[in-house]
Design a protein around this ligand. Structure first.
Ligand SMILES: [Zn+2]
Length: 202
């Protein structure tokens, strides 16, 4: 399941969503339903099907090391960047499934912590800035995972995650948590980016 696809488990007797893109009913009366908000994908393959082995998303998720693993180290991050230096920080980190699981929603807090503007070209980042970006990416993904996800998302049982997201559409104050400047919102590469012009200069 990708991006805006929200899977949810329903115990027997619970009201199922009227609108859904996927509904699997189990023999014991429970069900798994998934809805897609804005953009997403639900893909199902028989095991070993040729379609599966050729599927871009499946392969990206299966073959690339998880950013939570030790294999995803600074040397790997640098290798990943080779040939993609002309991309902006958002394009590099959160498009083309370059980093499994890292999408637009997760991106915002990582860039704020690293002090990198979403539109800044990766080749304009100094070595120290690249290392800081890598460190923030690893640390925040670990933190979000340990907290059971971001509080802007719900798990299979409808419970929000415990990580308090700093920059998202739910940040109604739209004030930078670091410096108090107004947070900017812009549509960029298929999703809104949120950033602080003071903490993340272009
Ligand atoms: Zn700021």
């Amino acid at each position: 399941m990708l991006d805006g696809a929200n899977p949810r488990f329903y115990a027997e007797g619970e009201t199922l969503p009227a609108k859904h893109q996927l509904l699997i009913r189990f023999n014991d009366g429970s069900a798994l339903a998934a809805t897609v908000a804005m953009y997403g994908g639900l893909q199902c393959f028989p095991k070993g099907a040729p379609d599966m082995e050729e599927n871009f998303y499946y392969l990206a998720g299966k073959c690339a090391p998880s950013p939570l693993s030790d294999a995803f180290d600074y040397a790997y991050f640098t290798k990943l960047l080779q040939g993609s230096e002309r991309l902006s920080a958002k394009a590099f980190l959160a498009t083309e499934q370059r980093i499994p699981g890292l999408g637009n929603g997760i991106l915002q807090d990582i860039l704020l912590a690293a002090g990198v503007h979403p539109k800044r070209k990766m080749l304009d980042l100094s070595q120290a800035e690249r290392m800081k970006l890598f460190d923030c990416l690893k640390a925040l993904l670990r933190k979000m995972t340990q907290a059971g996800g971001r509080d802007t998302e719900k798990d299979l049982f409808g419970r929000p995650g415990g990580y308090k997201t700093k920059l998202s559409r739910n940040n109604t104050l739209l004030i930078c948590p670091n410096c108090g400047s107004p947070v900017q919102k812009q549509a960029y590469l298929g999703g809104s980016v949120y950033f602080c012009e003071s903490c993340q200069p272009l």
